[in-house]
Design a protein around this ligand. Structure first.
Ligand code: NAP
Length: 295
């Protein structure tokens, strides 16, 4: 009955544009909620659906082109693969080395990364500044690498990348320094993080530690770390209050989760597909719906 009510909300006809998300897995995606709600608000005749792509990503993109799919989001494990499959790649996306959005162009699709501008817009909306800040990035996977480039572009004063596998943190620091032609970034091990001087860091948590169902863990378990920071920004949104965030709050520090990043990456993709500008008022409405769906 619940499923039927959902289906009745969308009036599909011969002119309906189809968009979707491709990845594996896609069962738990929140993206259909974001895009179908936006379509309702704008009165756009489109429908957004999940497509499970088990492995043939090239075939999936070619097929989507042939079917006239209007646009796609791309999630794990294909964020890097799509750069070689798309007809064009946006320049920032090429630099980041991973994309999450395919926008229709004359001959196929152009790849964009909306995760990073999405995180930036989320931080702005939360009132978290980057310019001139000393930033600790925890993690050195795909998301952390993109976050490191973003905070460098936003003119952070210093960037410390802390990761279990030191070599990955060192590689990102080198890449960031080459990009900004400065020695703004350095790697740091978990063992040395408490030796950092200073007590006013912005910490961005970009590992998968603490992600549901692993909710009782934080990548840094020593509470003394939280004396060194003023804000804990966790890009995980499930659970909504991660252990990392709880430990920061316990020390009276500000904490934020990654739900707004998810919201704004979707909003920027929707803007690219449909040439509209989404106001903060609409963004807040969709955020409210997303929050309820996570409860
Ligand atoms: P990834 O490339 O697989 O990187 C995983 C990171 O977590 C690496 O730094 C890894 O360290 C670290 N890690 C994993 N298990 C660990 C452990 N037991 N102890 C210490 N470190 C550990 O993943 P990703 O794509 O960067 O994603 C990272 C997180 O960001 C995920 O939780 C994802 O849900 C979240 N995310 C959120 C959004 C959003 O819209 N809010 C968007 C993208 C990603 P090693 O390098 O040492 O293995």
């Amino acid at each position: 009955m619940k499923e039927r009510r959902k289906a009745e909300m969308i009036n599909v006809d011969g002119a309906t544009k189809v968009l979707g998300v491709i990845g594996n897995p896609v069962e738990h995606t929140k993206s259909p909620l974001i895009h179908n709600e936006l379509a309702k608000r704008f009165g756009h005749n489109l429908v957004y659906v999940p497509f499970l792509v088990k492995e043939q990503i090239g075939d999936a993109i070619q097929g989507a082109d042939a079917l006239g799919i209007h646009g796609l989001n791309v999630t794990i494990p294909y964020k890097e693969d799509i750069l070689s499959k798309a007809k064009e790649v946006d320049s920032l996306t090429a630099k980041i080395g991973a994309g999450n959005t395919l926008v229709r162009i004359e001959q196929g699709f152009k790849a964009y990364n909306t995760d990073i501008p999405g995180l930036l817009r989320a931080m702005k909306s939360d009132g978290v500044e980057i310019k001139g800040e000393s930033v600790i990035i925890i993690g050195a996977g795909g998301a952390a690498r993109a976050v490191a480039l973003m905070v460098a572009m936003e003119e952070a004063k210093e960037i410390i990348i802390c990761n279990r596998t030191m070599e990955k943190a060192e590689n990102i620091a080198k890449e960031v320094n080459a990009y900004v032609n400065d020695k703004v970034a350095k790697a740091c091990s978990y063992n040395n993080i408490l030796n950092l001087e200073g007590s006013q860091y912005l910490a961005i948590q970009a590992t998968s530690v603490g992600l549901s169902p692993d909710i009782d863990r934080s990548p840094i378990e020593d509470e003394a770390f939280f004396d060194k920071i003023h804000t804990a920004y966790d890009i995980i949104y499930n659970p909504d209050n991660t252990k990392f965030m709880q430990m920061a709050t316990a020390k009276g520090k500000k904490s934020y989760n990654g739900l707004k990043m998810l919201l704004y990456q979707g909003i920027i993709a929707y803007e690219l597909w449909n040439q509209v500008e989404i106001t903060e008022e609409i963004a807040n409405e969709i955020y409210g719906i997303l929050k309820v769906s996570c409860e």
